[in-house]
Design a protein around this ligand. Sequence first.
Ligand code: AP5
Ligand code: MG
Ligand code: ZN
Length: 214
Amino acid sequence: MNILLMGPPGAGKGTQAVVLAAELAVPHISTGDMFRQAVKEQTRLGLEAKGYMDSGALVPDGVTIGIVRERLALPDCGKGVLLDGFPRTVRQAEELDEILGGLGSRLEAALNIDVEEQALIERATGRRTCRDCGALYHLSFSPPKTAERCDTCGGPLYQREDDQDTTVKNRLRVYQEQTLPLLRYYRDKGILLEVDGNRPMAQVTESILRALRQ
Ligand code: AP5
Ligand code: MG
Ligand code: ZN
């Protein structure tokens, strides 16, 4: 099954994707994580993406579609994928349909996690990420057992560059302008599923699994 997790910045896509990918036994493909990895490794892609990411803007479609096309061609995607944060423009969505079509496959469900704006800002600004394994924490909602350290691997936790208050607000604006129209795109195709994300993480997971089963 090919599934897309959509939602505004801080909605909980990454958090839910980790659980769902394990549950469904498919790879978790996050363009945000791929870009952050490239920035960390200072590759050409990373150098190009960094400026856009730090300001809260989208990386240009051509670049983003290129890295997804390469990723989806790898053999581990044969049984399906869980996409997180891609597509987020109508052009990316159209290209994704074409890429999957070329692989003899298609997107089965686009799941939107809806969260109120004030909670999104709180979630993003309180988020901490493990530098080594990428595990997600939140200072209030999901704190690590030891301050500043990852429960899983002991790595140091850091705050994402784009999780400063003003950048988060900019990302929300970009989401409304460029990504929100995608809901219509998937509703028209009859594959949009909507989940209320204004609840604790485990309850959101339950709702997602229920929506997918139906
Ligand atoms: P990306 O990394 O995709 O960021 P995003 O979409 O802004 O989403 P986030 O990762 O911030 O939030 P999330 O929904 O994953 O929430 P999370 O689970 O972490 O993209 C970053 C940048 O890369 C973009 O701005 C752009 O520049 C570029 N980019 C990426 N994809 C692109 C594309 N397709 N095209 C162009 N450019 C692209 O949760 C947030 C926090 O809340 C965590 O601390 C978590 O613990 C907590 N939390 C989660 N769920 C709950 C809950 N139910 N209750 C309480 N707390 C919760
Ligand atoms: Mg994320
Ligand atoms: Zn870790």
